[in-house]
Design a protein. Sequence first.
Length: 367
Amino acid sequence: MNRILADLMAFGRQYLRSRIGAFFVFIFPILLILLFGAIFSQTGSSSVTVPVQDLDNSLMSRGFLSALNNTTVVKMSMISPTVDLQSYINDNSLSVALLIPSGFQRQVLESMQANGTSQVNVTLYGDPSKSTLGQVEGVMEAVAEQMNFKLVGASRIINVDVRPVASSQYTYMDYFLPGIVGMTIMTSAMYSMTSICGEYRTRRYFKLLATTTLSKAEWLVSKILFYSLILIVSLVVTVGVGIAVWGVHVTIDGMVIAFIVVGALLFTSLGMLFGTIVKDPESGVALANAIGFPMMFLSGSFWPVESMPSYLQTVAKVLPLTYVNEGLRDAMIFRNLNSALVNLGVVAVLAALCFVVAAKLVSWKER
């Protein structure tokens, strides 16, 4: 028994000295509780802004929109009736939008005269990967049922027709895949570079590099090229599996490759920047996890940013992975070149800043 206790004490001290072990036992559960609690604790009370194009502009259509606003769950923002709604959705990468057709009131009155034998559709366009679509759909179904009951009793006149915001060929997996690609860019480049810097410092590889003609910027560029190439291969494999198993219909073009390369530049530089303050690989892994996990969950990789409380949406706007994820969706799903270019520009500026700072601050000398 004494030998067991002695080994228990020795192993316990060794385990707790490990920054990785301490992180996953104590810090990681706390991060998850704080993050998931902050994200989901207020989802029921937050409202969703729904862009609306009312082509009828009648007393009945305005009454329907007023009833939706009164729920406090959705908030209407009007779209001009002169614009093409599908183009407007694509140009602005909307995740949800409502169309009330021309002749809405006339068709409702005709259906009432026919004792509800025909239905009148209002069309809800939405992104199937966003939880906000289900939330808005549920509210609209409830309001439609309430209006149906007041108009003709049990008959269903007003119906909510749900359609995807992009082409009807797209599925949930199509919308979900860009977030997985963005997350892979971050984890592959930032996590490993932070750990590599710690390992190079522990094994004194930096001291050896200092004796060569290789500059710190050149060393960083070689790592960026490596991660760019391996992430392009990862993209092809990921999309290939998605096509084979789920039949995804995403686009891979020059814009998507640009996001891979610029994303690799950003997160490799960011990993090297974090590596300037770590002394060993375990410290690197712990630091990368402490920064990477919140970024992963708050940047729209798994659920929509707009479904989070407003203060977390503000936090998401300063996280670089948010712009990588949004830009990839613009390029791979919506094919919105203008929005993709804006997101690419943000990522490129951040990448350039991180590269310059990391190349300047990293030290190849012993501390």
